[in-house]
Design a binder for this molecule. Sequence first.
Ligand SMILES: [Zn+2]
Length: 182
Amino acid sequence: MKSAVFFERDGVINAYAKGASSKEPPTTLEAFKLLGGIEALMASLKEAGLLIFVTTHQPGLSQGTLDRRELERMHRIMRAKLPIDEVLICPHEASDACSCAKPNTGLYKELEHQYRIDMDHSYVVSDKWQDAAAAHTLGCVSVMLDSPHLGKAPRDYVTSSLDEVGEKILYLHTHQSELVLV
Ligand SMILES: [Zn+2]
């Protein structure tokens, strides 16, 4: 079984459309800007043998404020620049009461089954409490980016930069491998 890193998209891989406190996702390709440090981070995780997934909630698809073809253009650019194995999207609104909008675990479960992932030795990276809560439910290690959106959900680590996220995960991943050998 393989270990994976599950990335939240907005605020971790790409910038918010209107600043860090807005939580508003970009709705155009022009507004879709990768954050500094994400390419180096994912490259180092890939090199360490980890699978890399992106899970993202885009209710604008249901609300009509986000065009699916525009989103596909953004993701094509993202996947051309970053070593991402798969991107899963929840397109639903809160009123849909779906099982895939985080903190529900539907997106993660789908990837777990498809790729046979060892969830106990996998990681969730996000700036929002919903992902930390999902990680807690799934038994993954949550490595959070400090932000105004962390809330009070249980989480394992809070870091101040993508560099620090990489250091933490690579340390834990190496350490876990050693434990398995013992
Ligand atoms: Zn959903």
